[in-house]
Design a protein around this ligand. Structure first.
Ligand code: AOS
Ligand code: ZN
Ligand code: ZN
Length: 395
């Protein structure tokens, strides 16, 4: 049984939780085999923001949208930020892009040629300008650089060039900005990525300074990696800046978070709650940014994002309901199964009634997935958005 106190504290914490949506989730996406077009899909950054705002309207906990430059390049970023505010959302992290130019075939920030590195650094100056115009405080850098064959390049020299490039990017930041450095085990290169793991990301962040933090994308690890251990360790040293949440069965699948392994998502949120790292500071700049990094290849985009947000909320609610006194007592006493049961009991709790109560207390429909499906909004979009080119992942 959940104590009334714990339930009340969970409701307060859930009320304060926010989840950031990626603009690219609202464009068409697919694999290298096929991109499926869907009726009513957003045709430009403005429509992607409007779609993200719908997700916030129904869930009440998704008040920011991440942009990707150049996919979301516009003439007037201040106007885009103002449009987002009118829609009831804010611009979140600005994602740079180092993977679409021919020049970057052998690397961008790690390239042997200084001119190529300078160009990649200059792209981040553009991203920082976008941050200033939109009020964003997070610059997110996923480095796609790497090598395909042993001996192809000097691994250590690439790290040295990377350290130098990152320092120049870091120097562009304003005091309220953060640089969020993402890691990924493989793809697009398959011998050695230049930031393959959290250790490499952390080493660079530590060298840069306090404004540099690690991004943990849940799809970027080897199978059987204990992700919650990484979460714990990065929190312990104050360097977990953000999540890119998604689900994976095989590789970087970018499926709906909590779909493949809800127990793993619960274990991750349990470490967050244990470290009291759920909330962000009032100004939104500090703490862990809970972002989604997903693509909805075959399912509709807005409902896919609503489902993702509610999945994160469910895992969070379960983590908040863990009887921490019982857990810590059992841990101290060496009660292996008692401690394990403190977690599994919470995981087995049906938190949907708690979340329904949370939403109703905020004036929202208790079931955002059903409410959006019944709204007719999707049909309206399909009727309104004819003509033009639908935005694609990468377009
Ligand atoms: C790539 O695999 C990474 O997950 C990136 O975070 C992201 O998907 C991309 O940069 C889109 O902005
Ligand atoms: Zn990512
Ligand atoms: Zn990824």
């Amino acid at each position: 049984m959940t104590s009334p106190d714990r339930r009340a504290r969970a409701l307060d914490a859930l009320r304060a939780q926010t989840i950031e949506l990626p603009s690219w989730a609202f464009g068409n996406s697919g694999t290298r085999f096929k991109v499926f077009g869907a009726p009513g899909v957003a045709r430009d950054p403005w429509e992607k923001i409007a779609d993200a705002a719908q997700v916030h309207r129904y869930t009440g906990v998704a008040p920011r949208v991440s942009l990707h430059i150049p996919w979301d390049r516009v003439e007037d970023y201040a106007a885009l930020g103002a449009f987002a505010a009118e829609q009831g959302v804010a611009i979140g992290a600005i994602n740079s892009n180092l993977f679409q130019d021919d020049e970057y075939r052998l690397g961008s920030l790690t390239h042997a040629d200084r001119a190529v590195r300078d160009r990649a650094i200059a792209h981040h100056a553009e991203c920082v300008e976008v941050m200033r115009a939109t009020g964003s405080t997070d610059l997110k850098l996923w480095l796609p650089d790497g090598t395909n064959y042993a001996g192809q390049d000097d691994l250590r020299a690439r790290q040295d060039r990377l350290a130098d490039s990152l320092q120049q990017i870091y120097a562009l930041l304003d005091p309220e900005h953060r640089l969020l450095v993402e890691y990924k085990i493989y793809e697009p290169y398959f011998y050695a990525m230049d930031i393959p793991d959290w250790g490499t990301s952390l080493v660079h962040c530590l060298a840069l300074g306090d404004q540099a933090q690690v991004v943990l994308d849940t799809g970027h690890h080897a199978p059987s990696t204990n992700i919650e251990f990484i979460v714990m360790q990065l929190l312990r040293v104050g360097r977990l800046g953000a999540f890119d949440f998604n689900s994976r069965n095989y590789g970087d699948d970018d499926l709906i978070v909590g779909a493949a392994d809800p127990f793993q998502l619960f274990r991750i949120m349990n470490e967050i709650v244990e470290a009291d790292a759920l909330g962000r500071a009032g100004d939104g700049t500090a703490g862990v940014n809970f972002m989604l990094d997903q693509c909805h290849n075959i399912e509709p985009k807005i409902p896919g994002q609503i489902r993702s947000v509610t999945n994160v909320q469910e895992a969070t609610a379960k983590a908040l309901l863990v009887d921490r006194d019982a857990l810590h007592t059992a841990q101290q006493a060496g009660d292996v199964l008692g401690a394990h049961a403190a977690l599994t009991d919470a995981f087995a709790t049906d938190v949907r009634p708690l979340l329904a109560e949370l939403r109703e207390s905020a004036g929202l429909h208790p079931d955002p997935n059903a409410a959006y499906a019944a709204s007719g909004h999707q049909d309206q979009l399909a009727a309104d958005r004819v003509g033009g080119t639908q935005a694609s992942w990468g377009a």
